[in-house]
Write a protein that binds this ligand. Sequence first.
Ligand SMILES: Nc1ncnc2c1ncn2[C@@H]1O[C@H](COP(=O)(O)OP(=O)(O)O)[C@@H](O)[C@H]1O
Ligand SMILES: [Mg+2]
Length: 284
Amino acid sequence: MPTSKIIVKNLTHTYNKGLAYETHAIDDVSFEVAEGEFCSIVGHTGSGKSTLIQHLNGLLKPTSGTVTVGGVDVTAKGASVIDIRRKTGMVFQYPEYQLFEETVYLDVAFGPKNLGIPEEEIEARVKEAMALVNLDFNEYAHRSPFELSGGQKRMAAIAGVLAMRPEVLILDEPTAGLDPKSHEDILALVADIRRKTGCTVLLVSHNMDDVAALSDRVFVMAAGRVVKVGPSEEVFAEEDFMKGIGLGVPRARAFASLLARKGLALPRAERILTPETLLEALTP
Ligand SMILES: Nc1ncnc2c1ncn2[C@@H]1O[C@H](COP(=O)(O)OP(=O)(O)O)[C@@H](O)[C@H]1O
Ligand SMILES: [Mg+2]
C-alpha cells in the first residue's frame, strides 16, 4: 500500500517557548497528503499557515511532533538538508526579493548548484525551468533579474525552485501583490507545473476563487489548528462557517447562494465553485 507523500503527526510549534511572549503558532496538527494531490491551506493572517509549511522543508523544527516528506523524516536530528531540499521546493512569499545574482541564469542555477547537481546538467535544468515559467531562455537568461517586470521576477524566482525538480512544491501566497494579468499567469503556471510534472502541491492562498479552481482538498486553519479539511465542494458548502472565520467562499458559489435566497436555486448548486461550473449550471 503506498504511503502518503506528506505525513504530519501531532505537530506543535511554539515561538519563544518559555518566555512571557511565547506564541503557540501550531497546535497539535495532523494530516496526510497523497502523492500528486493538490491541497490548499487557507486561513486568516496569523493562523499559522507559514509556520506550518516551513516545517515541510526543515526550515523550522517542531516543538513536538513529526513531519515526513517522501519517506524522509525532516524533523529527525541529522536529517540531511540536501535530502530535504530535493524533496520539497518552497516558494516563499514575495520570492523575487531573494533574487540576487547578476543574471537570471545564475539565479535559476543557484538551487541546483547547492544540491550538488553536476555542472553539465545544470544548464538543462535552467532551460527546463525557464520553459516551465514561460521565460524565453535566449531572451532572458543573460539579463539581470532586476530588469524584469514584477510578474517576470516572480516567475524567475519560481523557476529557481523548479530547477531543483522537487517532488513536493509549496507556494506561500504566490499571487500576493501582483497585477491581475500576472496573477492569472501564476495560477496558470501552477496548474501547468502540476500537470506536466505530477508533483504534489501545497498552496497557501487568501483567494478562495483560486483555491476552488485548483485544489483537490482544502485545509482551513484557525489559531494554529486545522479546523476543517475536505474536498473543495465540501469545505465551501459550509458558507456560514467560512464567512464566520473571515474567509468567505468563491464568488461563483456566493452568487449561486444569492440566487437560491431569491428563489432561483440552480441545479447541482453544491458543485458550483468556479465560473465554469456556474456557467454549466446556468446552461440548460
Ligand atoms: N518568527 C516568529 N517569531 C515569533 N512569532 C512568530 C514568528 N512568525 C510567526 N509568528 C507568530 O505565529 C503565529 C502564526 O504566524 P504565521 O505562521 O506567520 O501565520 P500566517 O502565515 O497564517 O499568517 C502568529 O501569531 C505570528 O505572530
Ligand atoms: Mg503567512
